[in-house]
Ligand binder design. Sequence first.
Ligand code: FAD
Length: 368
Amino acid sequence: MNVFDVGIIGGGVIGQGIAYELSKAGLKTAVFESGEIGGKATSAAAGMLGAHSENEKRDIFFELCLESRNLYPSLAKELLEQSGVDIELVQEGMYRLAFTEEEGRFLQSLADEDELEWHSRENVLANEPHVSEDIAGALWLKHDGQVKGSSVCHAYAKGARKYGASIFEQCPVFDVIKEGKAYKLVTSQGVFICGKVVVSSGVWSGFFFEKLGLRNPMKPVKGECLAIKPKKLVINKTVFYEHCYIVPKKDGTVIIGATSYENDWDTHPTVKGVSELMIKVQKIMPEIGSEPVVSAWSSLRPQTADGWPYFAEHPEHEGIFFATGHYRNGILLAPITSLIVKDMILKTNQYERYVHSFSLNRLLSDAK
Ligand code: FAD
């Protein structure tokens, strides 16, 4: 029988995380994914858990990022137990480089005792000897780690299945229609009745905002990355400067990312984008230029008008929830998003302040 307590539209890291938490809580849950699990933005991500690297302001978005990042160590253990998948959590911190004295003074002004520590040029080069000798120093973001985004998504999916969730791949949802107190999801594999519906379709969530009578706030921000498999260089920590980062993964590959092009729906990496990265990365680590490139890829970050995600129930259609718009931080924010959506659906009121801050009021009151 095609009847579920909750139907989730989109099987990226956000949809699978929500499916995991809801099925673990005992709800009969289904995920509908138009392609393959985690096949879009989720598998393109470098996997940085950048609570600090992504935020200089100390606002509620920073608190959300920090709380989600801090969930990762215990989640990594739980997902390994439940799914057998290692999400490849690395907790070496990140270096945010300064190349000028002025940049150095700015980064030193951010240093605090707990999470952010200024390292002199000599100290950085002792830890990461291949970083450019032209640096002035670096801020060490001690607890900003990294994971493998696609593995987080697959671990959540396997765990959700273990708790009884159904996951339909190659199953696009075409329509959401009210059916009494529930909703009919019209898909390529038939019609499903769901008591509640969660829209977590990444940048394609815009289609459902419009279908459900709301303005479409979603914009694609194309990002390209490349990967190298160093033969000589040993890189221990994630290192970044401006928006170019070097992320050494557990399997020995190193991800270099990422470009950023707004309103570009094309998903092929371009010569322009990849060469932009190649130039930037050699400023950070000149010797990286002779290492072999193994792949390049690109995908679409789901951005909203103000860059913050939505965790919200539809203002008129009770039981329809949006969990989307995670832009540059969907891997970082998947754990907290999953708990917030569970909280909204079960009405346990544990995350009211986030539900309040990331509501659809921003969309409804924004005349743009
Ligand atoms: P997606 O992963 O895009 O998943 C949405 C899914 O919905 C897709 O699989 C799609 O097929 C499905 N779908 C769409 N329409 C339908 C429909 N009608 N019916 C059924 N299914 C549908 N984040 C970080 O935290 N750290 C990083 O280091 C990082 N690096 C990044 C680097 C790049 C180059 C890019 C592009 C992104 C990066 N991100 C990073 C951002 C992160 O990848 C995204 O925020 C996150 O993956 C969003 O997850 P999602 O599940 O919302 O979207």
